[in-house]
Structures are given as structure tokens and as C-alpha cells.
Design a protein around this ligand. Structure first.
Ligand code: G3P
Length: 214
């Protein structure tokens, strides 16, 4: 299972969480990675943790003030990027452009979507993975695998109908190892999560719990 910890803009210490991600990754068969804010990418990557960007824009080098260039993210140490997160939605043409930009820079891609229909559209753009996250469950602590298992199974079906090779992840409300196992039982190859680690009093313990059954 792939466990991608999105730090969003939570006021946690990104380097401390990254060190915990690195250490936990070494103690499990699961693949554990962290997605800090763009401004923290370099410091986080220096810890040795697998580092992802939260977003890249559908742009190339040039006059794009305030945008995030995929090559800069890669140069800062990211190996992959989220695209079209629920909190950073893009138009379909821009999702396509962002996937293209990420691939140009050698970044692995996970395109997020709200529901199975959008997952099918996202899969058609050729990312490495798609992730279904019902927005109403994000940050609630109620795991998607429990509250809406059908959406995960339907997302897997929708993605595979378009591209049998694309990985499907799910997210929203995931905070325990049991949640991750339940997601896997529904056909998901990984999870995206944020508050369960970024807002935890002890992020290391939260991460250890997440991977314990894997
Ligand atoms: O990117 C993961 C995220 O949107 C889920 O957030 O806080 O429900 O784990 P959370």
C-alpha cells in the first residue's frame, strides 16, 4: 500500500513529520511519503523521506508569476505531485496540462477527483494514479472506507474501465491502520491522508499505527 501524507498548510513541523515518515517507511513493507507545502519541499526532501508536491501548474518556464513550475518542484527534491486536489481544483484542460508538465519534469502523478465519474475522466488523462476523495469527508475523521465504501469500489471500476494499469488511491478521514486495510479491501492501492498525522499530538505514533497492519 502507498500511504501519502499531505501536510496541506497545517502548522506542523514539516521536517519533524518528514523524519517520522522516513523512519516509519524503513520499518514497513508499505511505501510512505510526505507532501509538504512548496516552500518546504527542499528541507523536507533533505531528510531522505520520499517527498511529493501538493500541486504543479500547467505551465512551462516563462512569464507565470505566482505559479508552481514542475521542474522547480523536481529540482527541490520532489519525486511526485498531487494534481487537482479538492482544495486546489483545476479545469479539465488544466489537469491535462499539469499531468503533462509533471511528466515532462519526471514527476510521478496522482490526480485527485471527487467521485467515480471524475475518476474516469482523470484516468483518461494518463496519470500514474488517481485518488477519489469525497470532499464532505475530508478532515472529518470519518474514513471514506467506512462512510462511503461504494465510492471507492466504483472509483476502482471507473478507473480500470479506462486504463487497466492506473493505480487507484482513496482518501478523506483516514487515520488508523484499520482504515488503510479497509481501503485496500475495497480495491484501493493506497491512501491519501492529512489531519490524522499533521494534526496528531504525536505524528510518529500516528504513522506507526497507520502502517502497523500492513
Ligand atoms: O489529501 C488528503 C486529504 O484531502 C484528506 O484529508 O484530513 O481527511 O485526511 P484528511
Amino acid at each position: 500500500m502507498f500511504v501519502l501524507v499531505n501536510l496541506k498548510t497545517y502548522p506542523c513541523d514539516p521536517v519533524a513529520v518528514a523524519e517520522a515518515v522516513r523512519d516509519v517507511n524503513e520499518s514497513t513493507d508499505a511505501r510512505v511519503a510526505v507532501a509538504p507545502q512548496a516552500a518546504h519541499l527542499e528541507r523536507v526532501a533533505e531528510t531522505g523521506a520520499e517527498t511529493w508536491a501538493q500541486h504543479v501548474d500547467p505551465i512551462d518556464y516563462g512569464s507565470n508569476t505566482g505559479h508552481t513550475l514542475a521542474e522547480s518542484v523536481a529540482e527541490a527534491g520532489a519525486v511526485g505531485t498531487l494534481i487537482n486536489h479538492s482544495e486546489q481544483r483545476l479545469k479539465l484542460a488544466d489537469v491535462d496540462g499539469a499531468v503533462e508538465a509533471a511528466e515532462r519534469a519526471g514527476l510521478e502523478t496522482v490526480v485527485c477527483a471527487n467521485n467515480p465519474a471524475q475518476i474516469g475522466a482523470a484516468a483518461a488523462l494518463g496519470p500514474d494514479a488517481v485518488a477519489v476523495e469525497p470532499p464532505e469527508l475530508i478532515g472529518t475523521g470519518t474514513p471514506v472506507s467506512q462512510a462511503d465504501p461504494d465510492i471507492v469500489e466504483d472509483a476502482v471500476e471507473a478507473a480500470q474501465a479506462v486504463d487497466a494499469d492506473v493505480s487507484v488511491l482513496c482518501g478523506a478521514g483516514i487515520s488508523t491502520g484499520d482504515d488503510v486495510v479497509a481501503a485496500g479491501d475495497l480495491g484501493s492501492e493506497g491512501v491519501l491522508l492529512a489531519s490524522g498525522v499533521a494534526k496528531a499530538d504525536d505524528p510518529t505514533a500516528a504513522l506507526e499505527d497507520l502502517v502497523a497492519p500492513l
